[in-house]
Write a protein that binds this ligand. Structure first.
Ligand code: HEC
Ligand code: HEC
Ligand code: HEC
Ligand code: HEC
Ligand code: HEC
Length: 301
């Protein structure tokens, strides 16, 4: 309090010209004590602010660590830079939802708080040693998507990717994107293939049309499977005997997943044969469930 008084004395001299003017000052309170009180209040206020700031920083550090340090810091990179665009694309993607964080594809140290620490051992995506360089993308994605990877490495695309002109072949990210993952549909697939397969470049120009027709069948099989699945759920709710239909569904769904992966071999005859099995399985499941429902109705249950 003494120190405060002294300091306030000095402050009072320094601030003599613009002293506080308060009309509600209690009796007996001099300018000096008033000033000391204000100073103390200011010190307390400043310390409280500092404490709040420190706590906010600690909390921010903790939530950044929880989200993985990479997106946390990248959000604050200069607007419009590649570092920010990357995190904006990743946010809201299937991968972000599934907690597939930046480091799962890029490497680095997500627990580090500095850029140097986080980037240690990581090379630029354009460096052939990077796990996200086009020549390594299939292996990197394949760590989590093995069925697609196994089919892709059988394709002509993969052989071109391993050859002298790797830039001429599509990799996983040519069709799916890197940070923001999307899946081509029968409506969009032909244009994606036609980037390289067209009459101008002469690389198998029939492919876009074949791809469209094949993907149409994959989607048709998918819809048929969904109908069958709904029918099984409905019949089960009615108390019907759906064991046989469920068995058929298991087989059909396995065939469908095989067809989805098989697509990545880009061998249309093999893909079509697998889709046909999935479609036949879905129809068998629907027949089994229809039979169960009709039998149940005839038996008056
Ligand atoms: C599913 C894998 C995957 C994830 C997850 C991922 N990336 Fe990428 N990233 C890639 C690939 C592959 C490339 C190479 C881009 C290309 O070939 O188009 C890349 C490229 C980049 C680039 C360079 C872009 C440019 O234009 O030069 C930056 C920066 C980047 N990623 C940052 C991030 C950050 C930050 C995150 C997390 C918020 C992240 N990435 C998450 C796969 C991924
Ligand atoms: C403390 C901030 C910070 C952290 C943490 C951080 N980054 Fe970065 N990162 C940046 C900035 C800023 C840039 C752009 C400048 C540069 O290239 O260094 C960048 C650039 C990149 C690039 C592009 C490099 C290139 O050569 O094109 C990639 C890829 C990347 N970061 C991935 C990551 C990954 C993966 C993590 C987590 C393991 C991570 N970053 C953590 C700040 C950070
Ligand atoms: C660390 C594991 C991991 C890595 C690496 C990874 N993914 Fe994924 N991916 C997932 C998970 C988990 C999901 C969401 C769950 C699911 O449906 O399989 C997913 C979903 C997807 C989907 C479906 C998206 C949708 O909209 O339905 C595609 C396509 C995909 N990933 C492509 C890629 C590509 C391309 C790469 C490489 C650049 C990659 N993934 C790398 C784990 C990974
Ligand atoms: C980035 C360019 C590029 C894209 C995009 C692309 N391809 Fe290719 N594709 C190639 C190259 C290069 C070859 C090898 C051609 C050769 O062997 O002369 C090839 C070969 C093929 C082959 C084998 C052809 C044969 O006659 O043996 C099939 C099938 C194929 N692609 C399907 C597709 C489908 C389907 C799509 C779209 C979903 C697609 N490609 C998108 C570049 C591309
Ligand atoms: C030339 C284009 C093309 C390339 C290259 C490609 N894909 Fe695909 N991918 C597709 C199409 C079209 C579909 C949708 C049809 C299907 O599900 O089979 C698909 C589907 C997928 C799915 C399932 C998505 C879902 O709906 O659940 C995953 C996962 C996937 N691809 C991963 C990969 C991986 C990993 C690679 C690289 C090894 C890759 N893809 C390369 C075109 C491509």
């Amino acid at each position: 309090m003494n120190g405060g008084g002294q300091a306030s004395g000095q402050a009072r001299c320094m601030h003599a010209g613009r002293r506080l003017v308060r009309t509600d000052r209690p009796a007996g309170v001099t300018d000096a004590t008033m000033h000391a009180g204000t100073l103390l209040a200011r010190v307390v206020f400043a310390m409280t602010r500092l404490l709040v700031l420190v706590m906010a920083l600690l909390l921010a550090a903790r939530s950044t660590a929880a989200a993985g340090g990479c997106p946390g810091c990248h959000r604050g990179a200069p607007p419009g830079s590649a570092a920010v665009i990357a995190v904006e694309r990743w946010q809201g993607s299937v991968h972000a939802g599934a907690r597939v964080t930046c480091d799962r594809c890029h490497g680095g140290h997500p627990e580090a708080t500095t850029r140097e620490g986080a980037h240690a051992g990581m090379v630029s995506p354009s460096d052939p040693a990077s796990p996200v360089h086009s020549t390594h993308v299939p292996e990197t994605c394949g760590r989590c998507h093995d069925p697609q990877y196994q089919e892709f490495i059988r394709s002509r695309h993969y052989r071109v990717l391993q050859g002298a002109a790797p830039g001429e072949a599509p990799t996983c990210v040519t069709c799916h994107g890197a940070m923001h993952t999307e899946v081509l549909t029968p409506e969009t697939v032909a244009a994606a293939c036609a980037r390289c397969h067209n009459t101008r470049d002469g690389v198998s120009p029939r492919i876009p049309q074949e791809a469209h027709a094949t993907l149409d069948l994959i989607f048709y099989a998918k819809t048929t499977l969904e109908w069958s699945r709904d029918a099984v759920v409905h019949a089960r709710a009615l108390g019907r005997e759906v064991g046989e239909a469920e068995q058929a569904m298991v087989t059909a769904e396995a065939a469908f997943h095989a067809a989805e992966a098989k697509w990545h071999s880009f061998r249309f005859d093999e893909i079509l044969a697998t889709v046909e099995r999935a479609y036949a399985g879905a129809k068998a499941a629907k027949r089994a469930v229809d039979d169960a429902v009709i039998r149940g109705a005839l038996e008056g249950r």
